[in-house]
Design a protein. Structure first.
Length: 307
């Protein structure tokens, strides 16, 4: 059965994940209590305005909004889904959240005030999607397809392209996609050969998969460094230490990735994902409840950091 997780949302107010940045954390602010499953996905609408989405215990996408001062109420959107949602800003002040529903991509757009009705893009998807801003107003979503490769679709601001497939070695993970803030999207996957592969979508085509090596022990989680096309991909090593691999934003070649290196910390009861947007949003979850536990309320909180 699916485990219910205690969710914690962390909000660094700092703009961008910059290597030289430092921050101090304040007290946590409760977002209310509700029942959620898995990790949330958050995206910036505008300065200090953020929406988060999570899979509810009733197989719906549940959303909440932070207006810079306080949180609203968790609200379930229409439609039944079978995966966790993925949310991203589109660079035009909107947020798109998407999840898998009956194998297809179900998506909604938040315009800063209201959500559109759920709509579907026909597909045959076998993992949760990962969505990222491509160009201003445009979004790319990718997911694992039926043969272990990747399927992707691009939203051009009006409509979605038909899902197309990328051939690669068989993956064991869903993709992790991020804008590189340089007119491109980078997606990374973990393969059955214990390797991390990355590909970059730009100017309407993919640059080709790069094998980043086999030091990771699980699926990657990638985020833009919000500077010069730079991207960081994090993954758990076999000894549970967080590893990071940095792309310097230069030509698409393995030599422009740093290679996985340890961060000097060990995972204990919590697993922390890096920010998925230039606004610095990230999500973490605590240890899952044991299978015999009954459902409990999901509690979420935020904390802000200042440089």
């Amino acid at each position: 059965m699916k485990h219910l997780l205690l969710l914690v949302l962390l909000l660094p107010i700092s703009v961008g994940l910059v290597p030289t940045a430092s921050a101090t954390w304040g007290s946590f602010i409760s977002t209310g209590t509700t029942t959620g499953v898995g990790n949330p996905s958050c995206a910036a609408v505008s300065t200090n305005h953020v929406v988060c989405a999570v899979l509810s215990g009733k197989s719906a996408v549940m959303v909440n909004e932070f207006n810079g001062t306080s949180w609203g109420k968790w609200t379930s959107l229409a439609g039944e889904v079978s995966s966790a949602p993925s949310c991203t800003g589109n660079g035009n002040g909107d947020v798109i959240c998407a999840a898998v529903a009956a194998g297809s991509l179900q998506w909604e757009l938040f315009n800063g005030t209201t959500w559109t009705k759920p709509a579907k893009v026909t597909a045959t998807l076998y993992s949760a999607p990962s969505c990222a801003q491509y160009l201003a107003g445009q979004v790319l979503c990718a997911a694992r397809n039926g043969v272990g490769g990747l399927a992707y679709s691009v939203y051009n601001g009006t409509s979605w392209s038909a899902f197309a497939n990328l051939s690669t070695v068989v993956t064991t993970s869903a993709p992790s996609c991020t804008t590189d803030n340089n007119s491109g999207v980078i997606c990374a996957v973990y393969t059955t050969a214990d390797a991390t592969l990355a590909n970059r979508y730009s100017a309407g085509s993919w640059a080709g998969f790069l094998n980043l090596g086999g030091d990771a022990g699980g699926e990657p989680d990638c985020t833009s460094m919000n500077s010069g096309g730079q991207v960081a991909c994090f993954a758990k090593a076999y000894d549970s230490e967080p590893f990071v691999n940095l792309y310097n934003g230069a030509g698409w070649a393995v030599s422009n990735w740093s290679g996985y290196g340890g961060m000097g910390v060990r995972r204990t009861t919590a697993s922390v994902a890096p920010p998925r947007s230039p606004a610095g949003w990230c999500a973490a979850h605590s240890r899952p409840l044991p299978p015999s536990s009954s459902p409990t309320l999901m509690q979420a909180a935020v904390s802000r950091a200042s440089r």
